[in-house]
Design a protein around this ligand. Structure first.
Ligand code: SAH
Length: 458
């Protein structure tokens, strides 16, 4: 380490920038964010700098730099296009012990300006000590997207309560435990989902009751169709903070890899007609675990509210007063559609789409067949592999063309995705002649033909 990251209070301090190009403008904007008094000296300057000067936000002197410009500034940035001049400025600053940054020259600088992730009051600064600013910008983009904006709000509220927490708990251990519970529990979740006032009230309550009854929380999370890149940030965050994860067969191993390393994993099954744990028992298990104070992630394939029985699970939670959150996921129809190049709707071929369960009960599907057997519509059948013959017969019987294009998408969005295209009449033969396994979706509609042109995945 050649540089120590520190955070400077620049409020109302005089800072000088020499140079007036786009880079100087970027640095000026950073200084203004830190509420510094900025002066810029440059023979010529860009539009943005002019605007800041006209708006009275900085002082601009459009003239050549002179040595006596450097007096007692808190810091100086040299951003001219003349190497010699930048060096002269840096040398002078060093003799006067004024911190100086020379753009694009870590060697001449006594301080560097990092890439900043601003979650005020939290500031995260990233630097490669000048080795690769571009790489730092990429890293910043990664951090930007993985740290929710609401972290700043969380820190603000923690700041508001800091003194009171200190006076409530005399010892540091108790304080640490209190804050850990707040930061990883329902209160911070409320802040993340925008209920700041409610969170404040809960925090008051928690403080008043120094040994609160520890109730956990349940996160009903949609894990998407398989590709882990399709998870939402919120899903990932909750998967990373759960103490225990209840998952089933539809959740891909790659998604399971992203669950917190030391979380307890419980498989609750769900193969067709072979539920490892019956639904009512899962509902009750969620309640029991939360009441033990645990943070439970109920991780489901696709979206929990699309053929996922998510509604039943949270109904039981609500009845038992257990706090919960629901996180949407990309449903299989949407994932399989994009990853197979078959749009769900298309101006020319399909003006609506329907998601339908093809689950067979007593050998039939209780569906409004005549509504389904129409042109200009896409139907996506979930859980229909076993009932494919039945659905093919019923659609044809209710007037659909026997040559209506059909696609079967097996293990969509994963690296084992397979797509079979056929038509309605031949659908049962395709299934008989190939070893197609669940999870598989069946798409019916003219849009299937677009795959020839639009497929990009495999
Ligand atoms: N909640 C889920 C659906 C659960 S029903 C969601 O929103 O996607 C289970 C059915 O979903 C499976 O029988 C299959 O038809 C479909 N399915 C789920 N994941 C799939 C995948 N990766 N590829 C193809 N079909 C999938």
């Amino acid at each position: 380490m050649k540089h120590l990251p520190i955070f400077l209070n620049l409020q109302n301090s005089d800072c000088l920038i020499i140079g007036g190009g786009d880079i100087a403008l970027r640095k000026i904007k950073i200084l203004l964010r830190a509420q510094a008094n900025v002066t810029c000296i440059s023979i010529e300057s860009c539009k943005g700098i002019h605007k800041l000067a006209n708006d009275g936000r900085i002082k601009l002197y459009e003239r050549a730099y002179a040595n006596d410009d450097i007096q007692k500034q808190t810091l100086v940035i040299a951003s001219t296009d003349k190497k010699d001049l930048n060096k002269e400025i840096a040398d002078l600053c060093k003799t006067k012990s004024i911190p100086v940054n020379v753009v694009d020259s870590a060697e001449l600088s006594t301080f560097l300006i990092p890439a900043i992730i601003d979650r005020s009051p939290i500031q995260i600064a990233v630097s490669s000590e000048g080795a690769s600013p571009v790489l730092m910008r990429l890293l910043r983009a990664k951090l930007e997207s993985s740290i929710p904006g609401a972290y700043g709000q969380l820190a603000k509220i923690a700041g508001e309560f800091r003194d009171r927490v200190k006076s409530t708990f005399d010892n540091i251990e108790d304080r640490r435990r209190f804050w850990e519970r707040v930061f990883s529990g329902p209160i911070s979740e409320k802040i993340f989902s925008g209920n700041v006032d409610e969170a404040r009230t809960d925090l008051e309550e928690e403080l008043r009751n120094t040994s609160p009854a520890d109730i956990g929380e349940v996160y009903l999370v949609g894990g998407g169709p398989g590709d882990p890149d399709l998870l939402t940030f919120k899903a990932l965050r909750l998967m990373q903070q759960a103490d225990i994860v209840l998952y089933d067969r539809l959740v891909s191993p790659q998604v399971m890899d992203l669950v917190r390393r030391d979380a307890e994993l419980v498989f609750v099954g769900k193969e067709r007609d072979n539920h490892a744990v019956p639904q009512e028992d899962i509902n009750q298990l969620l309640v029991d675990l939360a009441k033990q104070g645990r943070r439970v992630c109920r991780l489901k394939g696709g979206d929990p509210f699309i053929f996922g029985r998510g509604g039943e699970e949270i109904e039981t939670l609500a009845e038992n007063g257990v706090p919960f959150q629901v996180v949407p996921g990309i449903t299989a129809a949407s994932g399989c559609s994009t990853y197979s190049g078959i749009p769900l709707t298309h101006r020319d071929y399909s003006q609506s789409c329907r998601f339908v369960t093809g689950h067979l009960k007593d050998g039939t599907m209780n569906l409004p067949w005549s509504e389904l057997a129409v042109e200009q519509q896409t139907i996506v059948f979930y859980m229909a592999l076993v009932g494919a013959k039945h659905l093919s017969e019923q659609l044809i019987k209710h007037g659909m063309r026997a040559d209506m294009p059909v696609a079967l998408i097996e293990k969509g969005t994963t690296d084992r995705q397979k797509v079979y295209t056929t038509n309605l009449k031949e659908l049962p033969d395709i299934i008989d002649n190939n070893d197609i396994k669940p999870p598989t979706l069946i798409f019916v509609g003219e849009v299937v033909k677009l795959r020839e042109k639009l497929n990009w995945f495999n």
